[in-house]
Ligand binder design. Structure first.
Ligand SMILES: C[S@@+](CC[C@H](N)C(=O)[O-])C[C@H]1O[C@@H](n2cnc3c(N)ncnc32)[C@H](O)[C@@H]1O
Ligand code: SF4
Ligand code: SF4
Length: 355
C-alpha cells in the first residue's frame, strides 16, 4: 500500500470502453458531465500504453494536489485513501460498446438515449484486447465486465470471450438478456471463470412481454437454467444471477417479485440482484412515498430470498435511497457496485431493519 492521497478508484486502475466511441476511466455522471474522455471517435485502434500510463499519472497528480480533470470536478468518488501501488495493469476493464439488441426493455438506458443509439458505431474489440493481453496491461487478475446492448449478438462475441478465457482471465462477467444461448459463456461457466447477470425484471410471461416487447420468457428461463446446470461450484459458486429492476407502478408488486424469486429458485441460479430503474429515480427524487414503497419492497424481497435460501444483493442505488430516507443510521463506504450481500448482511446495521 502507498501513502494516503486524494484520488478515485477508477483512475487508479480501471479502463472503460464506453458508448459513443469513447474510452475513459469510468462511466460516472458527475455534476460537471463526468466520464473524462481519453480517446474520442475510438474504433478499436491499438493504444500506446506507455503514453496512456504517463497521462494517467499526470491526472492522478492533479487529484493529489486538490485539483482534477474538468469532467471529474465534484465527483463523489474522489476521496483521500490509501490506494494499491499502481502497476501498469488494469484492475478492471468494462466493455460497453454495443448498442444493438433484440429486446426493447422500456427502462433501458440505451434505448432512452437516442444519442447513444444513433451515434455509437460498434467495432471489433479483438485486436485491442489481444494487444492488451500481449502487453500485460490486461492480465489474469483483471476483472472484465461485458455490458451492452446485447453483446452475444456480435459476430465476434464467441471469439472475444474465448480469447479472454484462453488467456487465463479469471473473472469475466457478462450482462446478457439470455435470449441467445452462448457456447463460450457456458464453457466459461464450466471453467469457473465466467459469470453472468441476466435482468429478467418480471415474474410472469405477461409482464416480461410488457417490459421487453417480445415473448421470449420460456427461452430466457430455459437458457438461464442451462447456464445454472453448468455452475462450477468448486471455483465460483456465484456465477449465474438474475436481476429484477423495480420500475415503480409497472412491475413493483409483491406477487410479481415473489414469482420472480420462485422462478429463479427453480432455475437453480446462484443469486438474485435487486435494483431500481435509474431513469425513474432521476426524475422522481421528490416522490418520498414511492421511494418508501420501494424500500419496503426491498425488505420483502430480502425476506423471501432468505426463506428460499437464495443469495441476494442490492445495488448502490437502493442503498442510496435507504440512506436518503434515514433507514440506516450510518452510510457504508461505496467502493464497488454491490453493497448489501446476504453473507455480509448480518454484520451491517441492516440487521436492525431487515431481520
Ligand atoms: C444495458 S444492459 C446490457 C446487457 C444486456 N442486454 C442485459 O440486458 O443484461 C446492462 C445492464 O444495465 C441495466 N439497465 C439498463 N437500463 C437501466 C435503468 N434504466 N436502470 C437500471 N438498470 C438499467 C440492465 O438491466 C442490464 O442489467
Ligand atoms: S473522479 Fe469520478 S468522474 Fe473522474 S475518473 Fe474518478 S470516478 Fe470518473
Ligand atoms: S436486453 Fe439489455 S440492452 Fe436490450 S433493451 Fe433490455 S436492458 Fe437494454
Amino acid at each position: 500500500m502507498s501513502d494516503t492521497y486524494r484520488s478515485c478508484h477508477s483512475i487508479e486502475g480501471e479502463l472503460f470502453f464506453n458508448h459513443l466511441n469513447k474510452v475513459g476511466y469510468c462511466c460516472m455522471l458527475t455534476p460537471n458531465g463526468g466520464q473524462p474522455v481519453l480517446y474520442e471517435n475510438y474504433q478499436g485502434e491499438l493504444i500506446d500504453w506507455d503514453t496512456f500510463f504517463v497521462r494517467r499519472d499526470e491526472h492522478i497528480e492533479l487529484m493529489k494536489k486538490g485539483s482534477s480533470l474538468p469532467a471529474c470536478k465534484d465527483c463523489l468518488w474522489i476521496k483521500d485513501a490509501k490506494w494499491d501501488v499502481r502497476k501498469k495493469e488494469f484492475r478492471y476493464v468494462l466493455l460497453n460498446i454495443w448498442v444493438k439488441c433484440n429486446l426493447y426493455c422500456i427502462y433501458c438506458s440505451n434505448h432512452k438515449d437516442k444519442n447513444v443509439l444513433n451515434n455509437t458505431k460498434e467495432y471489433n474489440l479483438i485486436p485491442v484486447i489481444r494487444d492488451m493481453i500481449e502487453k500485460k496491461v490486461l492480465t489474469e487478475n483483471t476483472k472484465v465486465d461485458i455490458a451492452g446492448g446485447e453483446a452475444t449478438l456480435d459476430s465476434h462475441f464467441n471469439e472475444l470471450l474465448f480469447l479472454l478465457i484462453d488467456s487465463g482471465v479469471k473473472n469475466i462477467n457478462i450482462n446478457t438478456n439470455a435470449t441467445i444461448f452462448s457456447k463460450s459463456i457456458v464453457e466459461g461457466i464450466k471453467q469457473g471463470v465466467v459469470s453472468l447477470i441476466s435482468s429478467v425484471d418480471s415474474g410472469t410471461p405477461k409482464k416480461f412481454e410488457y417490459i421487453k416487447k417480445k415473448n421470449l420468457w420460456n427461452n430466457v428461463w430455459q437458457n438461464i437454467s442451462e447456464y445454472s446446470n453448468n455452475i462450477n461450484y468448486k471455483i465460483n459458486n456465484n456465477s449465474v444471477r438474475t436481476k429484477f429492476i423495480i420500475i415503480p407502478n409497472i412491475n413493483s408488486s409483491k406477487s410479481e417479485i415473489f414469482k420472480f424469486i420462485l422462478k429463479s429458485k427453480k432455475a437453480n441460479v446462484s443469486g438474485v440482484i435487486l435494483n431500481i430503474d435509474l431513469h425513474w429515480l432521476r426524475q422522481n427524487y421528490d416522490d418520498k412515498k414511492t421511494m418508501l414503497d420501494v424500500i419496503n419492497l426491498t425488505k420483502y424481497f430480502i425476506k423471501i430470498a432468505n426463506i428460499f435460501d437464495i443469495d441476494w444483493q442490492i445495488w448502490a442505488h437502493i442503498e442510496d435511497l435507504i440512506k436518503r430516507y434515514n433507514m440506516i443510521e450510518k452510510s457504508s463506504q461505496i467502493d464497488i457496485n454491490f453493497i448489501f450481500e446476504k453473507k455480509k448482511a448480518k454484520k451491517t446495521i441492516l440487521d436492525k431493519f431487515f431481520f
